[in-house]
Design a protein around this ligand. Structure first.
Ligand SMILES: N[C@@H](CCC(=O)N[C@@H](CS)C(=O)NCC(=O)O)C(=O)O
Length: 212
């Protein structure tokens, strides 16, 4: 059964799952729902049928399973396709790094949806660099090619996405973080990720905000 991933025509909270699927050439259908009236009626029907359990997206459909919550989706795909880490310790560390990625993503979401975000950019950059510094030190201690593993896991797809979106605000933001920067470049140059990001399946916009 081919997966269907339902989301808006943005990267948002679905992109790390798309990256995992694309990088590993796992077949999936992308169901794109437009904002506005289309979403409102889709949401109503989805809540009634159970296909949108919480009336929000992303949702991953796998036969009779309708899975909401981007973290649950990432972990489900990671378990099914062996992208969770090599052993229990790696799995735990990937859980930790995924949740760190979500913390950073939430900082970005809070910043970008603030209508005065242009004036708050310097503060955001300073705060987010504080988090990058912690991730950098973790990577240095670990000494692994990816965050906690020798092959990309669900945590790596999320962290890459978060870094890529934040770089759009300040392109040289990784210059003082050599481990993070080389991780970012490694992820970005993976052939299937390059091909995906050049395809018409890729949405450039992280969120529906003009300068996102
Ligand atoms: N914790 C959820 C958050 C899901 C969420 O906030 N979805 C938003 C888009 S990113 C949504 O569906 N908004 C439309 C609505 O609530 O009507 C996750 O990580 O998936």
């Amino acid at each position: 059964m081919t997966y269907t991933l339902t989301y808006f025509p943005i990267r948002g909270r679905a992109e790390h799952a798309r990256l995992l699927l694309e990088d590993n050439k796992i077949p999936y259908n992308s169901q794109v729902v437009q904002f506005g009236d289309e979403w409102n009626s889709f949401k109503k029907k989805g809540l009634e049928s159970g296909e949108l359990p919480f009336g929000q997206v992303p949702v991953l459909h796998d036969d009779k399973l309708h899975l909401a919550q981007s973290g649950a989706i990432a972990r489900y795909l990671a378990r099914k396709h062996n992208k969770y880490g090599a052993d229990d310790v790696e799995k735990a560390l990937n859980d930790m790094m995924f949740d760190m990625g979500i913390d950073i993503q939430n900082m970005y979401v809070k910043f970008i949806f603030d209508e005065n975000h242009k004036q708050k950019k310097e503060e955001f950059v300073k705060d987010v660099k504080g988090k990058f510094d912690l991730v950098e030190k973790f990577m240095k201690r670990q000494g692994k090619p990816y965050l906690a593993s020798s092959e990309p896991t669900f945590a790596d797809y999320l962290m890459f996405e978060v870094l890529d979106v934040i770089k759009r605000q300040k392109d040289d933001i990784l210059k003082d973080f050599s481990h993070l920067e080389s991780f970012y470049n490694k992820m970005k140059s993976r052939p299937n990720i390059v091909a995906y990001r050049e395809s018409d399946r890729f949405f450039e916009k992280p969120v529906p905000v003009e300068d996102s």
